[in-house]
Write a protein that binds this ligand. Sequence first.
Ligand code: ZN
Length: 242
Amino acid sequence: MHSILDLQLAPALDDRVSFEAAINENAANAGASTGNRRKRSLVNYSKLWANGRTLKIAFMDNPEVEHKQKIIDIASQWMQYVNLNFDFVEGKEGDIRIATETPYNSSVLGTDALIIVPYQATLNLGVKPGHEDFVTIVLHEFGHALGAMHEHQHPKANIPWDKPKVYQHYQTREMNPLTKEQVDQNIFTPFDSFEALYLDYDRKSIMHYPVLNSLTLGNWHISTNRKISKKDKQLMRLLYPK
Ligand SMILES: [Zn+2]
């Protein structure tokens, strides 16, 4: 049995502020570049970093050298597929700010990091290096930090969820229980973004939650994905072309 840790996508606090930060960073976030398939609206914009940019990435606390290096090595896997540079800096100032002394594993989506107050982390990695899901979680949270959504919320995912059981499972689990609203936000609500238009649903995506058979109708499950999938690579190449 895989342990299912919290891999939450933290929601933006204020849609207007979030929208403005996204557009200031990268005008293409408004949707103009995707042609007429996509509506221009406040709920339908992207949060991608400006292509070609260097992202300063800082640690808010002081993980041990080895711990820190593992996070850097794993996160840097994404760099092969994007036209972005990751600059892991000393000190606490960064576009992306990582906390490790936290019970949570979560990240804000892409440019939402710009609207988080400077003394707060934008990416929480409470998972410890010895944990079997360490690599999965670091890759997954950095995927969000680059603007990737949850794959299980792909409009074409059609997962046969047993909804009452899903609510019960996530609301009552011991580690990081979710509210009903958080279950809706992180599991059920389909997203509508670049990604949905570009690429097909991919059950191997690192952005897909594991799905327990006991939480679906019939015989349907997905075990923990542990690496960046072919589709994840394709998506990143589309979002940040070289
Ligand atoms: Zn997530």
